[in-house]
Write a protein that binds this ligand. Sequence first.
Ligand code: SF4
Ligand code: SF4
Length: 530
Amino acid sequence: MPEKLLQIEPAPPRGDWTNPKVEFRKGSFCYSAAPKNITYLGLPNPRKWQPFDADWQLPSGWKDTLLGGMKDRLNRYRSFRLFMDICVRCGACFDKCHFYLGSSDAKNMPALRAELLRSVYRRYFTLSGRIFGSLAGGRELTEDVVKEWFYYFYQCTQCRRCSVFCPYGIDTAEITLIARELLDSIGCNINWVMEPAANCLRTGNHLGIQPHAFKDSIEFATGEIKELTGIGIEVPINRKGAEVLFVMPSADYFGEPHYYTLLGYLMLFHEIGLDYTVSAFASEGGNFGLFSSHELTKRLNSKIYEEARRLRVKWILGGECGHMWRVLHQYMDTMNGPADFLEPPVSPITGTRFENARSTCAVHICEFTADLLYHNKLRLDASRNDCWNVTFHDSCNPSRAMGLLEEPRYIIKQTCRSFHEMPEDTIREKTFCCGSGAGLGTDENLEVRLRGGFPRANAVKYVKEKHGVNLLACICAIDKATLPTLMEYWVSGVEVAGVHELLGNALVMTGEKERTTDLRGEPLQKGGQP
Ligand code: SF4
Ligand code: SF4
């Protein structure tokens, strides 16, 4: 019941925060990674264990492994050393994390979360810490500290909201990623990250969908489009020499409401005659490596580029995904780039050169579509979306990692006739996370997700009550997978959709029959403003 989770008291922690003991209560943690996935990924210490076990079966020499790993990263990443040294505890980030706001657990304050690692850094890597220990803010590295790291660094969605408010630009997501890398090095990782990553390397996508099932799914989608519009379309798969490789998150062709976004993409590409292909190998835009380590991020990112090279395309168009875009915009260049075997993207329809994508050669579908709309290349009937009164959730990564703020709004405002923004401190670069990103979107972790998603849901509730909003649009596969549960719990009566579902509804395709339903198969209610 919502009332139960609302019983939170934002107050200073009782007792000594340096005590690392945590309780692995049902609903508050993710299950451990299955040994088969750890083995497949070539990571250390595969074994059967769970976080609530007293004995985590850590490998011998685990303490040296962690301290050695920390030392290595302090030497390799100047940012990590800086983030360990420069926090002045000003408090600007304290109340900016959705997990803190939803739980009032002080260790979910961004600065204190980082302090869990920083205190160990101080103890072993600073002179004062080595001499004065706890007097200098140092903590011993014990098994309980390892358990505490696991608990709290898997209660951070790497969303980077706190970083927006930090005067020093401390990026807690980077700290969390390094903490998770260290935990990986002794075999402490979660299945909801490791299984999708292993699947992605084995079959091409997080869901483990085989190439023939991928093909069937795409063909099923074209059948639905034919039924809706009367237009038969072809979707090329693995076609060499196409101009564009289109890569989407796998949930788009297997999940709901994602699937309606897929219909929107395919209708758009057919209508503009795009010379493109999808790939059964690069059948995943998402990159769960980002929730585990830099190394795994790099491995998964390289798949897309190797496939672009093999298919001899000119550039890459990417679908509505969240962390795919953080990887592309912030890591791709130094990990696998520049993609100098591709060409700087140019829209074949408008001639627009996407200068921002010169190095990665990857354009976001919202940039591409907004450009088409700006140049009046699409015919739209926005009244087909009249059953929706829309608000927009800025997904953390496209908004904060790449500044994709205007394009989705531009598309929504042209394809829908009723749109209302949530309060300004909860949108754009200050957007609140869905509470389930970075691998936390699993059912055993539901209490944490609902608590973490509370600030987002609260802002939706505001526009629902003030303006009658009934649709939360977004451009991230994890959002589409997890926001429906969040809405059902906190704000019932609000559905979730991708922006290209709205586009697909409104798009007037050449030669289409009169539509009687929307992409969800619901009767059209033109003029039926809710
Ligand atoms: S805002 Fe930055 S400097 Fe201030 S307490 Fe938070 S992390 Fe430290
Ligand atoms: S979940 Fe987001 S706001 Fe909270 S500590 Fe992590 S990066 Fe910062």
